[in-house]
Design a protein around this ligand. Structure first.
Ligand SMILES: NC(=O)c1ccc[n+]([C@@H]2O[C@H](COP(=O)([O-])OP(=O)(O)OC[C@H]3O[C@@H](n4cnc5c(N)ncnc54)[C@H](OP(=O)(O)O)[C@@H]3O)[C@@H](O)[C@H]2O)c1
Length: 292
């Protein structure tokens, strides 16, 4: 395995590179429909694997179906080292919305659609995605999580995680079964999960920030610009290096539709940040109570 910034992490019994790839935005504008450049999307996926990335994040809701089909077209049969992580719990409507789909029948259908579109007999890791576009919401987790536990017992899912969740929902999932990761929105400027990250690190559970670069609204901050200029690096490189440094259980899944950006991001995440750099970057957003 090529050496990528951050080294590796173990999700249950699966070793993944901490530098992964988020495939969502391959499905074109608003994550609805085919990519502007189909062959370019295949090239990004193939480059990710050839550069040594062994963790790809996806969902059958991306496109819908488009991203999973691109992954299959680009990479199937998959190298043994590659682990594709998907999520269930939301579907798409014809306006591009993400309505919840958490009843047992929808969850079962979604797991089977992921298996079929990705060309797999078992999914390595499935995240139960709750909440909505505004973030986690106080809603019951037990029923949908139990449906996924049943599918896991049937051998269709190897490991489970939760996404877009509150600390209480994480704890509820842990009271029902084993989770190997939590995937929530988090970056230099949005640090509501600091305490959760530290708790999960102590328990050996991965934290996978979505929107590590700000998602649809790129990260912007005077302090980030200042540190980047001092290091002669891009703000994106600094933001990724900060996440890797923030905690050893953080796994990166930055998205890009460009081979050049993918290469740049891998190189950038390897940037060394000094204590002074970290202190200035930590001041960008109010940190949670036990931020390290
Ligand atoms: N669980 C959930 O509810 C949830 C929600 C959202 C996302 N996710 C996951 O999180 C992953 C990451 O989120 P994301 O892709 O939306 O946001 P992101 O990683 O924060 O940012 C992606 C954006 O950054 C741009 N970018 C990347 N590298 C760049 C570079 N070197 N220079 C300039 N621009 C660059 C990309 O544009 P280019 O294409 O031009 O490079 C893209 O517009 C997704 O792929 C998805 O798998 C999960």
């Amino acid at each position: 395995m090529a050496s990528l910034p951050g080294g590796t992490w173990t999700l249950g019994d699966l070793t993944v590179t901490r530098f992964g790839y988020g495939a969502m935005q391959l499905a074109g504008p608003w994550v609805m429909g085919p990519p502007a450049d189909h062959d370019g999307a295949l090239a990004v996926l193939r480059e990710a694997v050839s550069l040594g990335i062994t963790h790809i994040d996806t969902s059958n809701a991306y496109g819908p179906e488009v991203t999973n089909l691109l992954i299959r077209e680009a990479l199937h049969p998959y190298p043994e080292s590659l682990h594709i992580v998907t999520k269930v719990g939301a579907t798409r409507d014809d306006k591009g919305g993400w309505p919840p789909a958490r009843d047992p029948e929808s969850l079962r259908r979604s797991v089977h659609e992921n298996l079929e579109n990705l060309g797999l007999e078992r999914l390595d890791l499935v995240n139960l995605r709750l909440g909505n576009a505004q973030g986690p919401q106080p809603e019951p987790l037990a029923k949908p999580f139990e449906t996924l536990l049943e599918l896991q017992q049937q051998g269709l899912i190897r490991h489970l995680g939760v996404s877009n969740v509150t600390e209480e929902q994480v704890a509820e999932a842990q009271s029902l079964g084993t989770i190997v990761c939590v995937q929530n929105g988090y970056n230099l400027a949005h640090r509501q999960d600091d305490e959760l990250i530290d708790r999960l690190a102590a328990e050996g559970i991965a934290y996978v920030p979505f929107f590590p670069l700000g998602g649809f609204s790129p990260l912007q901050s005077a302090a980030l610009t200042k540190v980047s200029e001092r290091l002669n690096a891009t703000p994106i490189a600094v933001a990724l290096a900060w996440l890797l440094r923030r905690s050893p259980n953080i796994l990166l899944i930055p998205g890009t539709s460009s081979v050049a950006h993918l290469r740049e991001n891998i190189a950038g995440a390897g940037l060394t940040l000094s204590e002074q750099d970290m202190a200035e970057l930590n001041d960008i957003a109010p940190a949670g109570p036990s931020a390290g």
